[in-house]
Design a protein around this ligand. Structure first.
Ligand code: NAD
Length: 333
């Protein structure tokens, strides 16, 4: 029996989290769920969007499945998502992106993995106002941080039969920060001669990924470029309703969809839960439950391929909970 903290989140979070929980429970894996709250509503109850009880549950279980959480723009509390990544030092954000049979896309043959550094860069949140006429933010890149994300990317490539790692940066302009990132990734690459290594400047990489995504395999990026590139990549294959992710640290991992809380859809039972369900499958593999994960992924592929039993964003008419019902029925076949 695995112990997992389930954070429903807010917006569409509770609906997609319930769908994912039901699918995992039907997959054959035995999970003891510990439901823990986080998000805007907790501000009124506990005075913080990330209560200590939730942190304690994750500390105990070491694994969490998390629904999206709203972050106020410009003012208000800082992102719970960023706080969790920092608190548990979840330094690797892993986002696989591939074509799904039956899902319309402008591209074919996309099968890449974005490995984003998750704790440094402009996301470190070291920023302040200079009077009321300017603002300054520090882009923090360390050798240690760059080395562990590079190592993660190459180990991931080696363990998953991947052939090539591409480092993406802007070292021509940010010679110190991105220069340090690139030099460090290069040094790690030299220790993995069986894996091809290339690097590209981020603006050129955006154009090339859009033109020929099939040329890419594993991408490794500092935090901010990784954030942008992974949404761009999700858009290549049918949108963020289908994009899963893992946040991995040394002794802890949190799995979540790439998408946010989609407030317009909250409470309507129409959001696509596939991204969180595929994130849950990544979580099951992490827990050594590869068979249960495979059962979920096979059932997802066959529903998507059918193209009928899908949610509105894929042209279907199923609600969130009905999609989970259909998936559970498909796993039973
Ligand atoms: P979003 O991902 O919530 O929505 C972007 C678009 O995609 C919207 O049109 C939305 O309706 C659609 N969409 C998203 N998920 C969908 C799903 N599962 N099924 C169908 N359609 C879906 O991004 P946003 O609007 O920029 O952000 C909304 C809130 O979510 C913000 O407060 C943001 O900070 C937060 N957010 C949280 C996370 C997280 O918890 N990890 C990630 C991204 C954004």
């Amino acid at each position: 029996m695995h112990k997992v903290t389930l954070i429903p989140g807010d917006g569409i979070g509770p609906e997609v989290a319930l769908a994912a929980r039901r699918v995992v429970d039907a997959s054959g894996a035995e999970i003891e769920w510990h439901v823990a709250e986080a998000g805007e509503a907790q501000m009124d109850v506990c005075g913080t969007p990330l209560p200590e009880a939730t942190l304690e549950s994750i500390r105990r279980d070491r694994v969490a499945l998390k629904g999206p959480i709203t972050t106020p723009v410009g003012t208000g509390f800082r992102s719970v998502n960023v706080a969790l990544r920092k608190e548990f030092d979840l330094y690797a954000n892993v986002r696989p992106v591939r074509n799904f049979p039956g899902v319309k896309s402008r591209y074919e043959g996309v099968d890449l993995v974005v490995v984003r550094e998750n704790t440094e860069d402009l996301y470190a949140g070291i920023e302040h106002m200079i009077g009321d006429y300017a603002a300054e933010s520090i882009k923090l890149i360390t050798r240690a941080g760059s080395e562990r994300i590079a190592r993660y990317a190459f180990d991931y490539a080696a363990a998953n039969g991947r052939k090539k790692v591409t480092a993406i940066h802007k070292a021509n302009i940010m010679k110190c920060t991105d220069g340090l990132f690139l030099d460090t990734v290069r040094a790690v690459a030299a220790q993995y001669p069986q894996i091809e290594f290339t690097d590209e400047i981020v603006d050129a990489a955006c154009m090339h990924v859009v033109q020929r995504p099939e040329n890419y395999d594993v991408l490794v990026l500092p935090n901010l470029y990784g954030d942008i590139m992974s949404d761009l990549c999700a858009g290549l294959v049918g949108g963020i309703g289908l994009a899963p992710s893992a946040n991995i640290g040394e002794g802890c991992a949190i799995f979540e969809a790439v998408h946010g809380s989609a407030p317009k859809h909250a409470g309507k039972n129409d959001a696509n839960p596939t991204a969180l369900i595929l994130s849950a499958a990544m979580m099951l593999r992490h827990l050594g439950e590869g068979e249960a994960a495979g059962r979920i992924e096979t059932a997802v592929l066959s529903l998507l391929e059918g193209g009928v039993q899908v949610t509105y964003d894929l042209g279907g008419g199923l609600g969130t909970s009905e999609f989970a019902d259909a998936l559970i029925a498909q796993m039973g076949k």
